[in-house]
Write a protein that binds this ligand. Structure first.
Ligand SMILES: Nc1ncnc2c1ncn2[C@@H]1O[C@H](COP(=O)(O)OP(=O)(O)O)[C@@H](O)[C@H]1O
Ligand SMILES: [Mg+2]
Length: 485
């Protein structure tokens, strides 16, 4: 809503002439009108108008995500009138009015769709440093960071320690969205506190960040509640304001709050400061690598392969225990008549291995599946109806489910199996293949994705963010050694 209010204080952008249907322009222009009387009276009314548009365009009508129990300003009096007791550092100021809605999948780890290999030695390391304030799990893409964080979460939950999970996204570069998402994450473990924080965020306007964070820290401290906050994919955050929030929590927080961060880079993490204070547990790619026994278990239990010990050792050596490469290798080896010969061919650094293995996997697919993968790689997330619009394939939902079943790095992100997401690394491979094999299709796919996103409610629109062609070259240079795409 804060974004919405900002938009309404600026002139309405010119939406006409870009191929957007008039009926869509009408609804959007009215929603952005500076005259409140001309605007829909509520987010629900606006959502209903968008749903009608979807229906009129023959698109699947999205469900509306409605916030439960939105706090009102009148409850402000119940907030501590003296403000925070914690020493506070000034955080960037911005105004805010009400919480956003985000897919609930951002607040829980991805559900594994295959058996997971126990990472006992890593869990032991995490356990040994459990009291430290910051645990940083940083390594390039596909090293098993999110999976390990999810496994650690389960262990903590079994020990009765509440864990709040937040998968950050680029919208968290707006500090107010980040705070809103943080509060939503806290809701899973401290619902009452979360309501109070939402009220503070709503009431305190320019000074909200300081109050929210201090209240959070004070509450955990005074109630002596041990809580862990897990932030997945921190590398997506680059804005100094949001980074300052994490700094503040680490700087001012007490031992009742442990923060676990997964990231492809070390940027935006106060590693040296925390290390100096002996408040850091750090797991990097050298530790995350699968060792020979873990690789063996992975290939047997996940890949269904029974290789000689020597082959496993060779594969482990050539992939350097990189989880994603092991997965790609197991897909390639499954149908191979000569696994040993194939393993001997897996050489080179990460990048080359990734390319080699992805090529190998993709070349064995049926043309229909290959084309489907390429076309559906244009958006960050994909649903059956969006996939069917992009590919013209009426069996799109079933195809997505089959692709997930085949372990092709696709995972459903909601319980209803409406939205799916490719692993970032695989998405990159697919996009490179799309650029190489079907460059002529790219503008059309973007046009379709853009059209779908324009007539979709904001919650779902986030999910169909598609790769902008203008920034293609910088975003598509994938390097496992740096984890950059
Ligand atoms: N312990 C594990 N057991 C089975 N598969 C794993 C395990 N750790 C990672 N993987 C697989 O390796 C791939 C990369 O893991 P992921 O956690 O997504 O990596 P990252 O977060 O570093 O990008 C995924 O397909 C995941 O299922
Ligand atoms: Mg991850």
């Amino acid at each position: 809503m804060a974004q919405f209010l900002r938009i309404t204080s600026e002139p309405i952008p010119d939406l006409r002439g870009g191929g957007l249907p008039d009926s869509v322009c009408d609804v959007l222009e009215r929603a952005m009108s500076t005259d409140p009387a001309a605007r829909p009276q509520s987010a629900r009314e606006f959502g209903e108008e968008l749903q009608q548009l979807e229906s009129s365009f023959g698109l699947t009508v999205d469900n509306m995500a409605l916030p439960e129990d939105v706090p009102t300003r009148s409850t402000h009096e119940s907030l501590p009138s003296t403000g925070p007791t914690t020493d506070s550092r000034q955080l960037p100021s911005t105004s805010f009015t009400s919480p956003s809605t985000s897919p609930s999948t951002r607040f829980r780890p991805p559900a594994p769709n295959r058996p997971l290999i126990d990472r006992t030695r890593l869990i032991d390391l995490l356990r040994a440093g459990q009291r430290r304030r910051l645990t940083a799990i940083h390594a390039p893409t596909g090293f098993g960071k999110s999976t390990l964080a999810a496994q650690w979460r389960d262990v903590l939950a079994e020990d009765g320690i509440p864990v709040a999970w937040l998968a950050v996204d680029s919208d968290d570069n707006n500090v107010l969205w980040f705070l809103t998402h943080l509060i939503e994450a806290i809701k899973q473990v401290r619902p009452h506190l979360s309501r109070q924080l939402a009220q503070i965020l709503e009431s305190h306007g320019d000074d909200a960040e300081r109050y929210v964070l201090s209240t959070l820290i004070d509450d955990l401290h005074s109630n002596e509640v041990q809580t862990t906050l897990m932030i997945d994919d921190w590398h997506r955050v680059t804005s100094p304001e949001t980074i300052a929030v994490l700094d503040f929590l680490l700087e001012r927080g007490c031992h009742h709050l442990q923060i676990v961060v997964t990231s492809r880079t070390q940027a935006g993490l106060p590693l040296s400061r925390m290390r100096m204070r002996d408040e850091l547990v750090e797991l990097d790619s050298s530790v995350l690598r699968f060792d020979t026994d873990e690789s063996d278990s992975f290939l047997r239990e996940v890949g269904g392969l029974h290789l000689d010990r020597e082959d496993v050792q060779d594969l482990n050596r050539s992939t350097e225990g990189w989880a994603a490469a092991l997965q790609l290798a197991s897909l390639s080896l499954r149908d191979s008549d000569d696994p040993t010969g194939m393993i001997e061919n897996i050489t080179g650094r990460h990048h080359a291995i990734g390319e080699f293995l992805a090529d190998n996997v993709l070349s064995t697919l049926e043309p229909e599946v290959y084309e489907f993968l390429l076309s559906t790689s244009i958006t960050e997330s994909i649903s059956g109806s969006l996939a069917s619009t992009l590919t013209g394939n009426p069996r799109a939902q079933a195809m997505l489910e089959e692709i997930e079943q085949r372990d092709l790095f696709l995972r459903h992100v909601d319980d209803e199996r409406v939205w799916f997401r490719y692993h970032h690394m695989f998405l990159d491979f697919l996009r490179r293949r799309l650029e190489r094999d079907r460059p002529e299709r790219i503008p059309e796919l973007h046009r379709i994705a853009a059209q779908c996103s324009r007539v979709t409610t904001c919650c779902a629109r986030r999910s169909i963010t598609h790769w902008p062609p203008t920034t293609r070259s910088s975003r598509w240079t994938w390097s496992p050694s740096t984890g950059c795409i």
